[in-house]
Design a protein around this ligand. Structure first.
Ligand code: DGY
Length: 333
């Protein structure tokens, strides 16, 4: 017997994702899609979610206490991202709302991009291409866009989760780099060996690295983890790369360090105020900046959507979340 449509859970897919990937969701539940891909305001999202049991979101939708208050039916929030700093997990937990994310599937793709951003920043790919396209290249010269080497140098990784470890492997095996890392807790010895990486305090890491890669999740306690003081500790000519979240870096301080020449280069895939970069960043020299695309290979983005969907299917059918975030319930009680 087919299920009574009235009883089917109601779900919002907040953005235009991949229809073919989401077909099982459409078949299982009453799904409201967002074919125009516009980002709803907080008020619009509250209206759209007022009668929903579940929602599939991206990093652009914020789930906070005020929204939960206005959406009493909501039982499951599935983000297609690994980061979940756009969700108030404590507020969800207090209301019994299951929260899931999408770890693992994006690890290798994001690590590839971290290396691409490091290489591109250190070797000035962005500025040199703009220079050429603007018709400014007149002749080959020995120091034209002469950046710094990546191979054989020291990489300091801040945040040694799955993505940090995948970057460490690439850096050590592919580029012959010495890899240092900072994490609240050092890795298990076996994981350290596998990553060919050694733990340092944050200050030591900043002082001893030629290139620093931020690959940690954002939390209020990590806001502006890298400010003027930390940038001053970095080696002259060093590179800073951020693939975590924009809030980790004090952007005016970063711009000042690039202008002064203390930093050799920076690569940012994330920044505060996305999608509009602070003008100080756009004016800064030797800064390669991209629109939050570290996980954006087509196969990986499809997988991320699939993981979020599978979590919604599991939870709204009464089962346990496949990828619950820490601190939130695993199932609807
Ligand atoms: C993530 O999954 O957290 C990436 O930053 C994409 O938003």
């Amino acid at each position: 017997m087919s299920p009574d449509p009235v009883q089917r859970p109601r779900v919002l897919v907040a953005r235009r994702l991949f229809d073919d990937v989401l077909e099982p969701l459409r078949q299982a539940f009453d799904v409201q899609f967002n074919p125009r891909d516009d980002i709803a305001s907080a008020a619009e999202l509250r209206t759209q979610l007022a009668d929903k049991d579940g929602v599939l979101i991206t990093a652009s939708e914020r789930i906070d206490a005020a929204l939960l208050e206005a959406c009493p039916r909501l039982r499951a929030v599935a983000t297609m991202t690994v980061g979940f700093d756009h969700i108030d997990v404590a507020a969800c937990a207090a209301r019994g709302v299951v929260v899931t994310h999408a770890p693992d599937v994006l690890t290798e793709t994001t690590a590839d991009f971290g290396m691409a951003l490091l290489l591109g920043a250190a070797r000035q790919l962005g500025e040199s291409e703009r220079y050429l396209r603007a018709g400014r290249w007149k002749s080959w010269s020995a120091d034209l866009f002469a950046g710094s080497d990546v191979h054989g140098t020291t990489l300091g990784i801040v945040g040694m989760g799955r993505i940090g470890r995948a970057i460490a492997r690439r850096a050590a095996l592919g580029f012959g780099m010495r890899v240092l890392y900072h994490n609240r807790k050092p890795l298990e010895p076996a994981q350290e060996r596998e990553s060919s990486a050694s733990w340092r305090s944050l200050d030591e890491l900043l002082e001893q690295s030629d290139h620093v890669m931020l690959a940690l999740p954002y939390s209020e306690s990590a806001r502006h983890l890298i400010g003027a003081g930390q940038l001053a500790r970095m080696r002259r000519g060093a590179t800073l790369v951020n693939i975590g979240r924009g809030g980790l870096v004090d952007e005016p301080a970063l711009a000042a360090a690039l202008h002064s020449g203390h930093l050799g280069a920076a690569g940012l895939d994330v920044f505060e105020g996305e999608p509009v970069p602070n003008p100080v960043l756009l004016d800064a020299p030797r800064l390669l900046i991209t629109p939050h695309i570290a996980s954006a290979s087509l196969p990986t983005r499809r997988d991320m959507v699939r993981v979020a969907m599978d979590n919604l299917l599991a939870v709204l059918r009464g089962g346990e979340a496949l990828n619950p975030v820490p601190g939130a319930p695993r199932a609807v009680r």
